[in-house]
Design a protein around this ligand. Structure first.
Ligand code: ADP
Ligand code: MG
Length: 241
């Protein structure tokens, strides 16, 4: 599937929230590009990712992938993989089978899926961890397993919600390099939430800057710094991290 992602007029409210969590959000990203979603906590970034993935049904608006309307398309049929802030692994499967699962649901034979999974395990620097129980992993290790599982699904769209925030700086750099390598190999369209502006500049070409359920500005990383479109954008992109 062509991985161009277009979000049109997306709105979402939850019972009990006085203002919409997403307020008429429009965003279009090219196939194979990497866009960082930045902005204050509570701005709606995670909700947008969840709406794109199909985990959240919007009140209004639509999500198109490669021009195809995703309304009514189940999350697992959207050609997407998502890594949430806190990894969700299957506790009853070992590390390797957690990753191989991404292949078997696509109809890949189990043995092939396991070989594939071992390769992704190496990529996230967890070689030798295949037989471990996921409940025995550290937070950072579990997150890397979740990343490997997302990659093993060969998604055309990869949705990452602060995937590296639990990792120490060294591992984080290694994951940035991994992401670059992955882009060369598989070229998925990436939407990545981060609260770290320097990380956004390292991994992404473009930034979508969120505030209060809206996108204040969507532009290249360079233009976001050199030509902020508003005082608020300038304030959010400047100052201390
Ligand atoms: P961000 O990822 O930018 O920090 P979120 O998308 O997680 O923001 O959340 C935006 C707002 O929506 C927050 O105020 C949050 O409390 C609220 N919210 C998110 N999910 C739900 C939910 N399921 N029910 C009620 N409120 C929610
Ligand atoms: Mg969030």
């Amino acid at each position: 599937m062509n991985g161009t992602v277009t979000v049109e007029g997306l709105s979402k409210s939850f019972p009990g929230t006085s203002t919409p969590v997403l307020d008429d959000v429009n965003l279009s990203v090219e196939a194979g590009s990497c866009t960082a979603l930045l902005g204050p906590s509570g701005a709606g970034k995670s909700t947008l990712l969840r709406a794109v993935s199909g985990l959240e049904v919007p009140d209004a608006g639509r999500v198109l992938v490669g021009g195809q309307d995703m309304a009514g398309v189940k999350p697992e049929r959207r050609g997407m993989a998502m890594v949430q802030q806190r990894p969700l692994l299957f506790p009853h499967l070992n590390v390797l089978d957690n990753i191989a699962f991404a292949g078997t649901v696509r109809g890949v034979p189990k043995r092939t899926a396991r070989v594939d999974a071992a390769e992704f395990l190496d990529l996230v620097q967890l070689e030798g961890f295949g037989r471990r129980q996921v409940t025995a992993l550290s937070g950072g290790q579990a997150q890397r397993v979740a990343i490997a599982r997302a990659l093993a699904a060969r998604p055309s769209v990869l949705l990452l919600d602060e995937p590296f925030s639990a990792l120490d700086p060294e591992l984080r750099s290694a994951m940035h390099a991994l992401l670059a390598e992955l882009r060369r190999r598989l070229n998925p369209t990436i939407l990545m939430v981060t609260h770290d502006r320097s990380e956004a500049a390292v991994v992404a070409e473009n930034i979508a800057l969120f505030s209060g359920g809206r996108i204040l500005q969507h532009s290249s990383v360079e233009l976001m710094y050199s030509r902020p479109a508003s005082l608020e954008a300038s304030r959010l992109m400047g100052g201390a991290n």
